[in-house]
Design a protein around this ligand. Structure first.
Ligand SMILES: CC(=O)N[C@@H](CCC[C@H](N)C(=O)O)C(=O)O
Length: 386
Protein backbone atom coordinates (compact mmCIF):
# COMPACT_ATOMS: atom_id res chain seq x y z
CA UNK A 1 0.00 0.00 0.00
CA UNK A 2 1.33 3.47 -0.78
CA UNK A 3 0.65 6.41 1.51
CA UNK A 4 -0.30 9.82 0.27
CA UNK A 5 1.49 12.78 1.77
CA UNK A 6 -1.69 14.77 2.47
CA UNK A 7 -1.14 14.08 6.18
CA UNK A 8 1.74 16.58 6.12
CA UNK A 9 0.69 20.22 6.13
CA UNK A 10 2.62 22.45 3.73
CA UNK A 11 2.85 25.45 6.02
CA UNK A 12 3.21 24.05 9.55
CA UNK A 13 1.81 26.04 12.45
CA UNK A 14 4.05 26.49 15.52
CA UNK A 15 2.58 23.42 17.23
CA UNK A 16 2.81 21.27 14.11
CA UNK A 17 6.49 22.29 13.93
CA UNK A 18 6.86 21.32 17.59
CA UNK A 19 5.26 17.95 16.83
CA UNK A 20 7.82 17.41 14.06
CA UNK A 21 10.70 18.24 16.39
CA UNK A 22 9.38 15.91 19.07
CA UNK A 23 8.86 13.24 16.42
CA UNK A 24 12.63 13.20 15.83
CA UNK A 25 13.57 12.34 19.41
CA UNK A 26 11.44 9.36 20.56
CA UNK A 27 12.72 7.80 23.79
CA UNK A 28 11.81 4.78 25.96
CA UNK A 29 9.69 5.06 29.11
CA UNK A 30 11.48 6.81 31.99
CA UNK A 31 14.33 7.71 29.62
CA UNK A 32 12.57 10.69 28.00
CA UNK A 33 15.51 12.96 28.87
CA UNK A 34 15.74 14.95 25.61
CA UNK A 35 11.96 15.12 25.40
CA UNK A 36 11.76 16.52 28.92
CA UNK A 37 14.45 19.13 28.14
CA UNK A 38 12.67 20.08 24.91
CA UNK A 39 9.34 20.58 26.71
CA UNK A 40 10.94 22.50 29.60
CA UNK A 41 12.79 24.77 27.18
CA UNK A 42 9.55 25.59 25.38
CA UNK A 43 7.48 26.12 28.55
CA UNK A 44 10.15 28.40 30.05
CA UNK A 45 9.92 30.61 26.96
CA UNK A 46 6.38 31.59 28.08
CA UNK A 47 5.77 34.55 30.47
CA UNK A 48 7.03 33.27 33.83
CA UNK A 49 4.39 34.94 36.02
CA UNK A 50 1.57 32.78 34.68
CA UNK A 51 2.71 29.29 35.69
CA UNK A 52 4.86 27.13 37.96
CA UNK A 53 6.83 24.08 36.85
CA UNK A 54 7.79 20.92 38.72
CA UNK A 55 9.58 17.89 37.36
CA UNK A 56 8.93 14.32 38.44
CA UNK A 57 11.48 11.82 37.11
CA UNK A 58 11.34 12.42 33.31
CA UNK A 59 7.84 13.89 33.56
CA UNK A 60 6.74 17.50 34.01
CA UNK A 61 3.90 19.15 35.93
CA UNK A 62 2.87 22.70 35.10
CA UNK A 63 0.30 24.67 37.08
CA UNK A 64 -1.21 27.47 35.00
CA UNK A 65 -2.77 30.14 37.21
CA UNK A 66 -6.40 31.08 36.97
CA UNK A 67 -7.64 34.63 37.59
CA UNK A 68 -9.92 33.73 40.52
CA UNK A 69 -9.76 29.96 40.88
CA UNK A 70 -12.48 27.91 42.51
CA UNK A 71 -11.30 24.59 41.09
CA UNK A 72 -8.52 22.99 39.08
CA UNK A 73 -8.73 21.27 35.73
CA UNK A 74 -6.18 18.72 34.55
CA UNK A 75 -4.82 17.86 31.12
CA UNK A 76 -2.50 14.91 30.57
CA UNK A 77 -0.19 14.07 27.63
CA UNK A 78 2.10 11.03 27.48
CA UNK A 79 5.72 11.30 26.37
CA UNK A 80 7.39 8.00 25.45
CA UNK A 81 8.16 6.41 22.09
CA UNK A 82 8.27 2.77 20.93
CA UNK A 83 11.02 0.35 19.83
CA UNK A 84 9.97 0.45 16.16
CA UNK A 85 12.22 1.20 13.17
CA UNK A 86 10.45 4.07 11.46
CA UNK A 87 9.41 3.51 7.86
CA UNK A 88 7.54 6.74 7.06
CA UNK A 89 8.46 9.07 4.24
CA UNK A 90 9.00 11.94 6.67
CA UNK A 91 11.86 14.38 6.18
CA UNK A 92 11.61 14.82 9.97
CA UNK A 93 11.82 11.10 10.78
CA UNK A 94 13.23 9.75 14.04
CA UNK A 95 16.91 10.43 14.65
CA UNK A 96 16.93 7.66 17.29
CA UNK A 97 17.49 4.55 15.23
CA UNK A 98 15.06 1.75 16.12
CA UNK A 99 12.78 4.13 18.05
CA UNK A 100 9.70 5.91 16.83
CA UNK A 101 6.71 7.93 17.98
CA UNK A 102 4.33 5.33 16.50
CA UNK A 103 1.57 5.83 19.06
CA UNK A 104 1.04 9.56 18.53
CA UNK A 105 2.64 10.77 21.76
CA UNK A 106 4.46 13.45 19.72
CA UNK A 107 1.01 14.73 18.69
CA UNK A 108 -0.27 14.42 22.28
CA UNK A 109 2.61 16.52 23.66
CA UNK A 110 2.35 19.18 20.93
CA UNK A 111 -1.38 19.50 21.64
CA UNK A 112 -0.65 19.69 25.39
CA UNK A 113 1.84 22.53 24.81
CA UNK A 114 -0.69 24.30 22.56
CA UNK A 115 -3.43 24.21 25.21
CA UNK A 116 -0.95 25.24 27.91
CA UNK A 117 0.18 28.20 25.79
CA UNK A 118 -3.43 29.21 25.18
CA UNK A 119 -4.19 29.42 28.90
CA UNK A 120 -0.96 31.24 29.71
CA UNK A 121 -1.97 33.84 27.11
CA UNK A 122 -5.74 33.77 27.82
CA UNK A 123 -6.19 32.94 31.50
CA UNK A 124 -9.52 31.60 32.70
CA UNK A 125 -10.92 31.81 36.19
CA UNK A 126 -9.73 28.33 37.24
CA UNK A 127 -6.27 26.79 37.59
CA UNK A 128 -5.11 24.03 35.24
CA UNK A 129 -2.51 21.34 35.91
CA UNK A 130 -0.74 20.09 32.78
CA UNK A 131 0.73 16.62 33.23
CA UNK A 132 3.42 15.47 30.79
CA UNK A 133 3.65 11.83 31.79
CA UNK A 134 6.46 9.42 30.99
CA UNK A 135 6.33 5.67 30.31
CA UNK A 136 2.75 5.14 29.13
CA UNK A 137 3.81 2.26 26.89
CA UNK A 138 5.39 0.67 29.93
CA UNK A 139 6.19 0.20 32.72
CA UNK A 140 3.60 2.90 33.50
CA UNK A 141 4.20 6.45 34.72
CA UNK A 142 0.61 7.37 35.61
CA UNK A 143 0.25 5.48 38.89
CA UNK A 144 3.51 6.64 40.52
CA UNK A 145 3.00 10.19 39.19
CA UNK A 146 -0.50 10.27 40.66
CA UNK A 147 0.90 9.18 44.03
CA UNK A 148 3.85 11.63 43.87
CA UNK A 149 4.41 14.49 46.35
CA UNK A 150 4.81 16.83 43.36
CA UNK A 151 1.21 16.37 42.25
CA UNK A 152 -0.43 16.46 45.71
CA UNK A 153 -1.33 20.17 45.93
CA UNK A 154 -1.94 20.45 42.18
CA UNK A 155 -4.40 17.55 42.07
CA UNK A 156 -7.12 18.35 39.48
CA UNK A 157 -10.85 18.19 40.23
CA UNK A 158 -11.47 17.05 36.67
CA UNK A 159 -9.06 15.53 34.15
CA UNK A 160 -8.98 15.11 30.36
CA UNK A 161 -6.69 13.30 27.92
CA UNK A 162 -6.88 12.26 24.30
CA UNK A 163 -5.43 9.57 22.08
CA UNK A 164 -4.94 9.83 18.32
CA UNK A 165 -7.16 7.48 16.30
CA UNK A 166 -5.96 6.49 12.80
CA UNK A 167 -9.40 5.17 11.79
CA UNK A 168 -11.36 8.43 12.15
CA UNK A 169 -11.31 11.46 9.84
CA UNK A 170 -9.69 14.69 10.98
CA UNK A 171 -12.29 16.76 12.82
CA UNK A 172 -13.68 13.75 14.67
CA UNK A 173 -13.89 13.13 18.40
CA UNK A 174 -14.96 9.64 19.47
CA UNK A 175 -15.66 8.65 23.03
CA UNK A 176 -18.24 7.13 25.37
CA UNK A 177 -19.19 7.18 29.03
CA UNK A 178 -17.98 4.13 31.01
CA UNK A 179 -15.31 1.73 29.81
CA UNK A 180 -13.32 3.02 26.83
CA UNK A 181 -10.08 0.99 27.02
CA UNK A 182 -9.35 -2.47 28.44
CA UNK A 183 -7.55 -3.77 31.53
CA UNK A 184 -4.05 -4.80 30.50
CA UNK A 185 -1.31 -7.01 31.81
CA UNK A 186 2.06 -7.56 30.24
CA UNK A 187 3.05 -11.21 29.90
CA UNK A 188 6.60 -12.58 29.96
CA UNK A 189 7.08 -16.35 29.82
CA UNK A 190 10.53 -17.95 30.17
CA UNK A 191 10.93 -21.60 29.17
CA UNK A 192 13.95 -23.67 30.20
CA UNK A 193 14.73 -27.14 28.80
CA UNK A 194 17.99 -28.70 27.66
CA UNK A 195 20.17 -27.59 24.76
CA UNK A 196 22.05 -29.88 22.42
CA UNK A 197 23.12 -30.78 18.88
CA UNK A 198 20.50 -30.35 16.15
CA UNK A 199 21.17 -33.93 14.99
CA UNK A 200 20.36 -35.49 18.40
CA UNK A 201 16.95 -34.11 19.44
CA UNK A 202 16.26 -37.17 21.62
CA UNK A 203 19.15 -36.15 23.91
CA UNK A 204 17.93 -32.57 24.32
CA UNK A 205 14.70 -30.80 25.30
CA UNK A 206 13.90 -28.23 22.62
CA UNK A 207 12.33 -25.02 23.94
CA UNK A 208 11.59 -23.67 20.44
CA UNK A 209 9.15 -26.58 19.98
CA UNK A 210 7.61 -26.03 23.43
CA UNK A 211 7.33 -22.25 22.92
CA UNK A 212 5.58 -22.77 19.56
CA UNK A 213 3.11 -25.20 21.16
CA UNK A 214 2.49 -22.74 23.97
CA UNK A 215 1.76 -19.81 21.60
CA UNK A 216 -1.00 -21.87 19.98
CA UNK A 217 -2.31 -23.18 23.32
CA UNK A 218 -2.61 -19.66 24.75
CA UNK A 219 -5.13 -18.76 22.05
CA UNK A 220 -7.42 -21.57 23.22
CA UNK A 221 -7.89 -19.61 26.46
CA UNK A 222 -9.60 -16.88 24.43
CA UNK A 223 -11.59 -19.27 22.22
CA UNK A 224 -12.47 -21.97 24.82
CA UNK A 225 -12.36 -20.43 28.32
CA UNK A 226 -13.56 -16.83 27.99
CA UNK A 227 -17.31 -16.42 27.55
CA UNK A 228 -17.81 -15.63 23.84
CA UNK A 229 -20.08 -12.75 24.85
CA UNK A 230 -17.19 -11.23 26.83
CA UNK A 231 -13.95 -10.03 25.17
CA UNK A 232 -10.31 -10.78 25.80
CA UNK A 233 -7.06 -10.72 23.84
CA UNK A 234 -3.73 -12.46 24.28
CA UNK A 235 -1.06 -11.23 21.89
CA UNK A 236 2.47 -12.59 21.84
CA UNK A 237 4.42 -9.79 20.20
CA UNK A 238 7.91 -11.18 20.57
CA UNK A 239 9.57 -14.60 20.62
CA UNK A 240 13.21 -15.22 21.49
CA UNK A 241 14.88 -18.60 21.49
CA UNK A 242 18.07 -20.32 20.48
CA UNK A 243 21.41 -19.14 19.24
CA UNK A 244 22.12 -20.85 15.90
CA UNK A 245 20.29 -22.90 13.28
CA UNK A 246 21.98 -26.18 14.22
CA UNK A 247 21.80 -25.85 18.00
CA UNK A 248 18.74 -27.01 19.93
CA UNK A 249 17.49 -24.12 22.04
CA UNK A 250 17.79 -24.62 25.78
CA UNK A 251 15.69 -21.55 26.53
CA UNK A 252 12.95 -19.52 24.88
CA UNK A 253 11.06 -16.42 25.92
CA UNK A 254 7.62 -15.19 24.90
CA UNK A 255 6.65 -11.55 25.42
CA UNK A 256 3.06 -10.43 25.12
CA UNK A 257 0.08 -8.71 26.60
CA UNK A 258 -3.34 -9.68 27.95
CA UNK A 259 -6.40 -7.44 27.46
CA UNK A 260 -9.79 -7.90 29.14
CA UNK A 261 -12.90 -5.82 29.77
CA UNK A 262 -13.12 -6.79 33.45
CA UNK A 263 -10.82 -7.60 36.35
CA UNK A 264 -12.64 -10.96 36.74
CA UNK A 265 -11.83 -12.00 33.17
CA UNK A 266 -8.21 -10.90 33.68
CA UNK A 267 -8.03 -13.20 36.74
CA UNK A 268 -9.58 -16.04 34.74
CA UNK A 269 -7.13 -15.63 31.84
CA UNK A 270 -4.13 -15.53 34.20
CA UNK A 271 -5.32 -18.58 36.10
CA UNK A 272 -5.76 -20.50 32.81
CA UNK A 273 -2.26 -19.45 31.66
CA UNK A 274 -0.87 -20.81 34.94
CA UNK A 275 -2.74 -24.14 34.65
CA UNK A 276 -1.77 -24.55 31.04
CA UNK A 277 1.92 -23.83 31.62
CA UNK A 278 1.95 -26.13 34.70
CA UNK A 279 0.60 -28.89 32.45
CA UNK A 280 3.22 -28.15 29.81
CA UNK A 281 6.00 -28.28 32.42
CA UNK A 282 4.94 -31.87 33.14
CA UNK A 283 4.30 -32.97 29.59
CA UNK A 284 7.40 -31.29 28.07
CA UNK A 285 9.63 -31.86 31.13
CA UNK A 286 10.72 -28.23 31.29
CA UNK A 287 10.55 -25.21 33.60
CA UNK A 288 8.20 -22.33 32.75
CA UNK A 289 8.33 -19.01 34.65
CA UNK A 290 5.66 -16.35 34.24
CA UNK A 291 6.05 -12.63 34.96
CA UNK A 292 3.04 -10.32 34.49
CA UNK A 293 5.12 -7.12 34.29
CA UNK A 294 3.06 -3.94 34.34
CA UNK A 295 -0.73 -4.07 34.76
CA UNK A 296 -3.01 -1.15 33.83
CA UNK A 297 -6.48 -0.34 35.08
CA UNK A 298 -9.20 -0.02 32.45
CA UNK A 299 -9.92 3.49 31.15
CA UNK A 300 -13.34 4.17 32.62
CA UNK A 301 -14.83 7.52 31.61
CA UNK A 302 -16.85 9.33 34.28
CA UNK A 303 -20.46 9.04 33.13
CA UNK A 304 -21.72 12.56 33.85
CA UNK A 305 -18.57 14.48 32.84
CA UNK A 306 -18.21 12.52 29.60
CA UNK A 307 -21.86 12.95 28.63
CA UNK A 308 -21.57 16.68 29.36
CA UNK A 309 -18.46 16.92 27.14
CA UNK A 310 -20.18 14.99 24.34
CA UNK A 311 -23.18 17.31 24.52
CA UNK A 312 -20.85 20.31 24.45
CA UNK A 313 -19.00 18.99 21.36
CA UNK A 314 -22.30 18.57 19.56
CA UNK A 315 -23.77 21.89 20.64
CA UNK A 316 -20.60 23.86 19.87
CA UNK A 317 -20.11 22.21 16.48
CA UNK A 318 -16.46 22.08 17.48
CA UNK A 319 -15.95 18.70 15.84
CA UNK A 320 -17.90 15.78 14.59
CA UNK A 321 -18.82 13.53 17.52
CA UNK A 322 -18.99 9.74 17.37
CA UNK A 323 -20.17 7.66 20.31
CA UNK A 324 -17.79 4.75 19.86
CA UNK A 325 -17.58 1.29 21.39
CA UNK A 326 -14.82 0.29 23.79
CA UNK A 327 -11.44 -0.88 22.42
CA UNK A 328 -8.91 -3.42 23.65
CA UNK A 329 -6.15 -0.81 23.78
CA UNK A 330 -4.69 -0.09 27.20
CA UNK A 331 -3.74 3.23 28.78
CA UNK A 332 -2.41 3.98 32.24
CA UNK A 333 -4.55 7.14 32.15
CA UNK A 334 -7.05 4.66 33.67
CA UNK A 335 -5.29 5.28 37.02
CA UNK A 336 -5.99 9.01 36.79
CA UNK A 337 -9.64 8.28 35.98
CA UNK A 338 -9.90 5.97 38.97
CA UNK A 339 -8.92 8.89 41.24
CA UNK A 340 -10.31 11.93 39.39
CA UNK A 341 -13.57 12.37 37.44
CA UNK A 342 -12.89 12.91 33.76
CA UNK A 343 -12.56 11.24 30.41
CA UNK A 344 -10.35 10.25 27.53
CA UNK A 345 -11.36 10.62 23.90
CA UNK A 346 -10.11 9.49 20.51
CA UNK A 347 -8.96 12.23 18.13
CA UNK A 348 -9.30 11.41 14.44
CA UNK A 349 -5.99 11.56 12.53
CA UNK A 350 -7.04 9.63 9.44
CA UNK A 351 -4.12 7.44 8.39
CA UNK A 352 -4.14 4.02 6.70
CA UNK A 353 -1.57 2.56 9.08
CA UNK A 354 -2.61 1.81 12.63
CA UNK A 355 -1.08 2.62 16.01
CA UNK A 356 2.27 0.90 16.60
CA UNK A 357 2.93 0.65 12.84
CA UNK A 358 6.26 1.77 11.36
CA UNK A 359 4.48 3.70 8.58
CA UNK A 360 1.88 5.59 10.64
CA UNK A 361 1.61 9.23 9.52
CA UNK A 362 -1.13 10.99 11.53
CA UNK A 363 -2.78 13.91 9.73
CA UNK A 364 -1.17 16.97 11.29
CA UNK A 365 -4.22 19.16 10.80
CA UNK A 366 -5.63 17.45 13.89
CA UNK A 367 -3.07 19.23 16.12
CA UNK A 368 -4.48 22.77 15.88
CA UNK A 369 -8.08 21.55 15.80
CA UNK A 370 -7.53 19.68 19.06
CA UNK A 371 -5.80 22.66 20.70
CA UNK A 372 -8.73 24.93 19.82
CA UNK A 373 -11.37 22.42 20.93
CA UNK A 374 -9.80 21.58 24.29
CA UNK A 375 -9.09 25.26 24.99
CA UNK A 376 -12.70 26.18 24.17
CA UNK A 377 -14.02 23.32 26.29
CA UNK A 378 -12.06 24.29 29.43
CA UNK A 379 -12.97 27.96 28.87
CA UNK A 380 -16.66 27.04 28.65
CA UNK A 381 -16.39 24.79 31.71
CA UNK A 382 -14.73 27.53 33.73
CA UNK A 383 -17.01 30.37 32.61
CA UNK A 384 -20.23 28.40 32.92
CA UNK A 385 -19.27 26.99 36.32
CA UNK A 386 -20.53 23.56 35.14
C1 LIG B 1 -2.77 3.30 23.47
C2 LIG B 1 -1.81 2.18 23.51
O1 LIG B 1 -1.42 1.67 22.47
N1 LIG B 1 -1.39 1.77 24.72
C3 LIG B 1 -0.59 0.62 24.94
C4 LIG B 1 -0.39 0.39 26.41
C5 LIG B 1 0.56 -0.73 26.72
C6 LIG B 1 0.34 -1.36 28.05
C7 LIG B 1 1.34 -2.43 28.42
N2 LIG B 1 2.70 -2.10 28.13
C8 LIG B 1 0.98 -3.74 27.72
O2 LIG B 1 1.50 -4.03 26.64
O3 LIG B 1 0.16 -4.48 28.26
C9 LIG B 1 -1.27 -0.60 24.30
O4 LIG B 1 -0.53 -1.50 23.86
O5 LIG B 1 -2.51 -0.67 24.22
Amino acid sequence: MTTTKTSIVADPSPFVSIRRELHQIPEPGFAEFKTQQYLLHYIRSLPADRYEIRTWRTGILVSVKGTNPVRRFGYRADMDGLPIKEDTGYAFRSTHDGFMHACGHDMHMAIGLGVLTHFVQHPIRDDITFIFQPAEEGPGGAKPMLESEELKDWMPDQIVALHVAPEYPVGTIATKPGILFANTSELFIDLTGKGGHAAFPHLANDMVITACQLVGQLQTIISRNVNPLDSAVITIGKIDGGTKQNIIAETARLEGTIRTLSAETMALVKSRIESLTAGMETSYNCKIDIDYGANYRQVFNHEETTREFMNWVQASNAMNLIECTEAMTGEDFGYFLEAIPGFMFWLGVDTPYGLHHAKIEPDERAVDLAIATISDYFTWKSESGQ
